[in-house]
Design a binder for this molecule. Structure first.
Ligand code: FMN
Length: 382
């Protein structure tokens, strides 16, 4: 029997569709990526690089919240990459970070990025529900399976073979969804995860579950996203919008074949300045002249990419790419150029982009004042 000690106020209902729309009608959603980590997504030594500390994150989230940025996506990272700056050496844990930001904002979707093999699914499910209640339905989950052996060692957890990581993640997300679902008590018998006499209350806010995203790049990672997630983050082509459009269309078609809908997002690193020349010069200064090359080399070495394993020309190309946002497409230019690039991505069928800036809080106001109105005039944002 359910004994209620006081009258409860009816919770507003929100649909998964509303969550997928991130509560706006903007055709192109814009988010910020990586601000929970020192230096964000730029492997640079410039003194204005991002601190990643709580005060700066809070100020950034408030700025973004007031000005219609839809979401913030953190990087789940446990150990820095060394180099001159110990790149990403200081990181705020993403679920607690998200909950703090959600408590201090009104509109933003804030994701937690969670390594499935490192978090017990029942504890994780409850943490997500807590963040979701704190924010009246604005928590999102980025599920990652992990790739960095060095990080896993410090937990005493062995990485599984690549395909098995996603098999385990399937069990994990099934268990989390069961905790979120209507059942009062249940048993869970997956291939890897066995749970007895589970009870998980409360349920997520508003009668629907949090948004789930994944960014697997391999066929098995992508298949996992199409089967289980609401949003898939992919690398867009650096050379051809048509190629990006084809990739988006095929991900969506794969979802339709499973009778599902999925939004497709991408990742970008933006350098926006009043003129093309200023933008290009600053970009060069940050990611070439002042790059933290030792950290970039370490990030590549963790993926077994070294001058010994890779032809020098290819190694140098990957090194340059790593210094500037890793998998994010670099978008460098004046506001007209940046807006044009974003409009093209929207026309390629993308639902949104998670962007990084060298110093997010310093650079966001200019982006907001100059680029967002251009996107509105082009009809990709309201
Ligand atoms: C937008 C985006 C966010 C990601 N966030 C993380 C992260 O925070 N932590 C992590 O270990 N991997 C992260 N990844 C890596 C992916 O989860 C994934 O492991 C990678 O793309 C390789 O794909 P695969 O697992 O299918 O081989 C991210 C990738 C992208 C594109």
């Amino acid at each position: 029997m359910n004994i209620q000690t006081r009258e409860t106020v009816a919770e507003p209902r929100i649909s998964l569709r509303e969550r997928m729309g991130m509560y706006t009608d903007n055709a192109l959603k814009i988010g910020l990526f990586g601000s929970n980590c020192s230096s964000g997504r730029c492997v640079t030594t410039v003194p204005e690089r991002w601190t990643g500390n709580w005060e700066d994150n809070l100020a950034l989230a408030r700025l973004a919240d007031a000005r219609g940025i839809e979401f913030i996506l953190p990087v789940g990272r446990w150990k820095g990459y060394g180099g001159d700056t110990d790149y990403m050496g200081t990181t705020l844990e993403t679920i607690t970070w998200a909950t703090g930001l959600l408590a201090n904002t009104k509109n933003l979707i804030v994701f937690g990025t969670v390594h499935a093999p490192l978090f017990h699914p029942i504890i994780a499910a409850k943490q997500f529900v807590t963040a979701d209640h704190v924010s009246s339905g604005r928590f999102g989950l980025n599920i990652v399976v992990g790739w960095n052996e060095d990080e896993f060692q410090m937990f005493g957890v062995s990485q599984r073979e690549h395909e098995q990581r996603y098999e385990y993640a399937q069990d994990w997300i099934d268990a989390v969804k069961r905790c979120w679902g209507p059942e009062e008590d249940f048993e869970f018998a997956g291939k890897y995860i066995k749970l007895a006499k589970v009870r998980a209350k409360p349920k997520p806010f508003g009668g629907s579950r949090p948004l789930i995203m994944n960014a697997g790049a391999s066929p098995v990672g992508r298949a996992f996203a199409v089967k289980n997630c609401d949003a898939f983050f992919m690398q867009s082509s650096r050379t051809s919008v048509e190629e990006t459009a084809q990739k988006v269309a095929s991900v969506k078609a794969e979802a339709v074949a499973l009778d599902r809908a999925i939004s497709v997002f991408t990742v970008g690193v933006i350098t926006c300045r009043p003129t093309m020349k200023e933008a290009e010069e600053y970009h060069h200064h940050v990611v070439v002249d002042q790059a933290d090359w030792a950290a970039a080399d370490q990030m590549l070495a963790l993926r077994r990419i070294t001058p010994q394993t890779t032809p020098m020309e290819e190694f140098m190309r990957l090194r340059g790419q790593m210094a500037h946002g890793n998998s994010g497409v670099p978008i460098v230019g004046d506001p007209d150029h940046i807006a044009r690039q974003l409009i093209e991505l929207s026309r390629a069928g993308l639902t949104g982009i998670a962007v990084s800036l060298v110093n997010y809080a310093d650079e966001l106001p200019y982006f907001r004042d100059e680029v967002l109105p251009r996107l509105q005039r082009a009809g990709v944002r309201c």
